[in-house]
Design a protein around this ligand. Structure first.
Ligand SMILES: *Cc1c(COP(=O)(O)O)cnc(C)c1O
Length: 365
């Protein structure tokens, strides 16, 4: 089985900035009559004798997406069927009965995955307050893997990735950062000490709410080979069309994130004074804002049904603004306020977003 399949292409100049890399990385070789983009290759098998051999081991379209995301994260990347498939594959790195440390306020799919593995005796999970650096460092002591989300979902807490990574490495543990919320434009965890970055490419990377896809990035060649082997063996490989759509989305990542962030920052300024809210949470960057309704869950549910522009839907990171009350999901931890609504701010006009949201909030009184 071939270890890894690559397409011929110019490697991006290392000095290029992230927005240039988002546009240029993962292109075919510049030759007359070659398309500018890697075409969609629908193939379950290839003529024998080359690197690819079979559709589960590689596809030129996956490689193009992986090269582009790898260039942005500063490592080598592997695409997966979904974000959760990437999470599953990475958690499978640890041995039987190993201790995994993770934030108590992680993505619910990750929490469910950890609980399921623990209930079957596969691992032990220690859930921590990721903002309490001393406590997390202490928890790292006998850990095999330390999992981060920063900012956390949907509490939007920040972790001291550098300090905790150093402690985790001292204990011989892998350091994994789910970088879905920040994107490599706002945070590059490999540079902060992480061994593996995980993405739900379903969110900002693809950006148009039409694709499920996951990815990992690492700058450790050994880990890359292990994870590639696991992906091939578990069959958690991406769809060909999905990888193509995700790369198309990635080309405008910087524009979308810039605009969503600018909109989010302006909305946070305006929301701060609204009497219907008891709290506005924002980590200072990115396009996700969590608001807490002073009157609790019923007011929050009402809000999500009163808007014309904001769409009531789960997920995040699309061009369109969406929101939901997170505790409507049973798996959401009880320490998340019942009346917390997570806003995924899109790239619409900020005045239209504000008018729609303010009107709905005013109506609650
Ligand atoms: C959505 C999400 C995931 C899971 O990704 P899917 O593509 O839905 O499988 C993992 N982590 C975070 C932070 C997410 O938001």
């Amino acid at each position: 089985m071939p270890e890894d399949a690559t397409t011929a292409q110019p490697s991006p100049a290392p000095a290029w900035k992230p927005s240039t890399l988002a546009v240029t990385a993962g292109r075919p070789a510049r030759e007359p009559d070659q398309p500018l983009n890697v075409p969609i290759t629908m193939a379950s098998t290839y003529v024998a004798g080359g690197d690819l051999e079979y559709g589960r081991y590689g596809n030129p379209g996956w490689t193009a997406f992986e090269d582009a995301l790898g260039a942005l994260e500063g490592g080598r990347c592997l695409a997966f069927a979904t974000g959760l498939a990437a999470v599953t594959t990475v958690l499978d790195l640890v041995g039987h009965g190993a201790k995994v440390v993770a934030p108590a306020h992680s993505y619910t799919g990750t929490l469910l995955q950890l609980a399921d593995l623990e209930s079957r005796g596969r691992i032990t999970a220690t859930l921590v307050d990721i903002t309490d650096t001393d406590a997390v460092v202490a928890a790292c002591e006998d850990a095999a893997l330390v999992w981060f989300e920063s900012p956390t979902n949907p509490a939007l807490e920040l972790a001291d990735i550098e300090t905790i990574s150093a402690a985790a490495h001292e204990a011989g543990a892998y350091v994994v950062v789910d970088n879905t919320f920040a994107t490599p434009l706002l945070q590059t965890p490999l540079a902060l000490g992480a061994d593996v970055v995980v993405h739900s490419a379903t969110k900002y990377l693809s950006g148009h709410s039409d694709v499920l896809l996951g990815a990992i990035a690492t700058n450790d060649d050994e880990l890359y080979a292990v994870l590639k082997g696991r992906r091939d063996l578990l069959g958690s490989t991406p769809g060909t069309l999905e990888a193509w759509l995700a790369l198309r989305g990635l080309r405008t990542l910087h524009l979308r994130v810039e605009r969503a962030q600018a909109n989010a920052q302006e909305l946070v300024r305006r929301l701060g004074k609204h009497p219907a809210l008891s709290e506005v949470r924002y980590p200072g960057f990115g396009g996700i804002v969590s608001i807490v309704l002073a009157q609790g869950a019923m007011a929050a549910d009402l809000l999500t049904r009163k808007t014309k522009l904001w769409v009531h839907a789960t997920s995040l990171g699309g061009v369109e603004s969406t929101f939901e009350r997170r505790r409507r999901w049973k798996a959401e931890p009880g320490t998340i306020p019942d009346g917390l609504v997570r806003l995924s701010v899109g790239i619409e006009d900020v005045d239209d977003l504000w008018d729609d949201l303010r009107r709905a909030l005013d109506d609650l009184r």
